[in-house]
Ligand binder design. Structure first.
Ligand SMILES: [Zn+2]
Length: 88
């Protein structure tokens, strides 16, 4: 589950892996449609100033993404099909 609108800016907290300073790497906004129209989500990506540490971190993110995709695929394959869940 992606964290949405985390109010705490973790850029002021040193990296827990290498204890280097961190900085804001990327900022972007996302418009999400909801019941009352649109909601703008602000995303901030905090990166470690230690390049090697950051690269390692990104590699792990990608690995996790791949794992998640695989789990999804497994579900969609529908070996043991369960009744579809009623949404809301
Ligand atoms: Zn680091």
């Amino acid at each position: 589950m992606p964290k949405i609108g985390n109010p705490r800016l973790s850029k002021d907290i040193p990296c827990e892996r290498c204890h280097s300073k961190r900085k804001v790497g990327k900022k972007w906004t996302e418009k999400i449609k909801n019941a009352s129209g649109f909601m703008v989500l602000e995303h901030i990506q905090i990166v470690c100033t230690n390049k090697e540490c950051q690269l390692e971190f990104e590699r792990k993110l990608v690995e996790e993404e791949i794992k998640r995709e695989k789990i999804k695929e497994g579900r969609n394959a529908g070996r043991n099909t369960t009744s579809p869940q009623a949404s809301k």
